[in-house]
Each structure stands twice: as structure tokens, then as C-alpha cells.
Design a protein around this ligand. Sequence first.
Ligand code: G3P
Ligand code: CA
Length: 244
Amino acid sequence: MLTQIIAHRGSKGTRPENTLPSFQAALQDGADGIETDVHLSKDGHLIIIHDEKVDRTTNGKGRIMDLTLAELKRLDAGATFDPVYAGTRIPTLDEVVQLLVKAKFTGIFNLELKTNKIHYDGIEALVADYFNHHPVPFKLVYSSFYPKSIERLHALQPDAEFDSLFETKFKTAKRLHAEHVIIGYHPDIRWVRRHWLLLPKVQLRPWTVNTERDMRFCYRHRFAGLITDYPGLAHRLRVKMQGG
Ligand code: G3P
Ligand code: CA
């Protein structure tokens, strides 16, 4: 089995993160999967963006939860990365899913519920409802730094795959794994390197694996996957080390 390459916020290293051009590039770069983050707008839309605020990645200001979809759509989510991408918009979950469906994507879609800082009321039910009404050709993998989101979604969509994200809360991850709520771990690569000898025999997909040294480490140990801002580089290296 090859180590799966999962594009972090799309091809974040070479495109404006969490935008349609970034997801398109990830597919062209040979990624086996896409990782992305979801929040909830003021008027209840599922919005694809990393931060709780729009300030860092767009020309706007404010929290997603205080802005409507129409207000979010007026913002430029490309020019901050590079003026070449001016006019790029913040996508909704549905727009990203439609792009993947059109591209006939059958890989892993790792949706992270960004609920650890703001516990968006009802976001788990909205996400489950969306996927229950939109059958997709790809594999849905949920993750979150907020274990309650994982538990709520698991109750609503028991057939999806759940993986635990953690930085230090290894105990919570172990409990959820023992309870068969989560299948695998998505730990910080720095944590993996420090705890290498203690690592349990679970499916591992560390983040954010951006250096050749860290990529080689993941390939050498045949981890299930790696999450990277540079899927193109990861792919070229995997061909050399794992032959595909
Ligand atoms: O899924 C791994 C990674 O995305 C978690 O960190 O901050 O990039 O969402 P972050
Ligand atoms: Ca994420």
C-alpha cells in the first residue's frame, strides 16, 4: 500500500488556501486526498475557510459567524496570496463538493470541523444532513480538534470514517479509538517524531508534512498517509521511494 498524499487546504503551498484553484491544483498535483476546514456563517451556510476570521486570507475583517454568505462572497480570497488570484472567492462546502464530483474525484475528502474555538450551534447536523442528501463518489473522512463534534457526527453518520486530530490530547484520542468512534490519528508530525517509539498501531496521517525529510520519514515507515501543503513534491518523492 502506498502512503496516501492528502493536500492540506488544497495545494496550499502554491495556491490561495481553501479556494477552488487550490483544490483544482491538488487534483492536478496527484493528491489522493484533500483536507479542508468548515465553519458556519451568520445565516447558516457551511463555509470553507481555515480561520475563525476572514482577516488573514481575505481583504475583509470579522468573524465568519458574524457575516452572511452574501457578505463573505464579496471578499477577495486570492489577492493576499498573489495578485494573480485576485477575484477568487471563499467557497461553500457545496461548491467544493461539486468541483470534486465534476472532476470524478474518488479519493479521500477529509473535512475538518473547525469547532474547537467556536462551537457553532448545529454545524454537525448541517454537515451530516448535507452528505445524507448528496451522495458522493469519494471517501468522506471527518476530523476535528473538538471531540464532541466527532461524537455528534458519529451518532448522525455512523458509516463515515472518523479520525482524531490531536496535538496533546492523546488520551482523548485513545478513548475514542477504544470506543470505535475513530479509526485513525491525524497528529502533528513534530509529535510523531517525538513519540515515535510510543506510537500505537493505528492508521496514521500526520500533518503538516512539508519538508523532504519529513516526507521521507513517512514513506520509510509506510504511514497510511501524510497531509501536506505540497502534494506535487510529495508525489514526486513517493514515486522515487515507493514506486508509485
Ligand atoms: O488536518 C490537519 C491539519 O489541517 C490541522 O491543522 O490548523 O491546518 O487545520 P490546521
Ligand atoms: Ca485543517
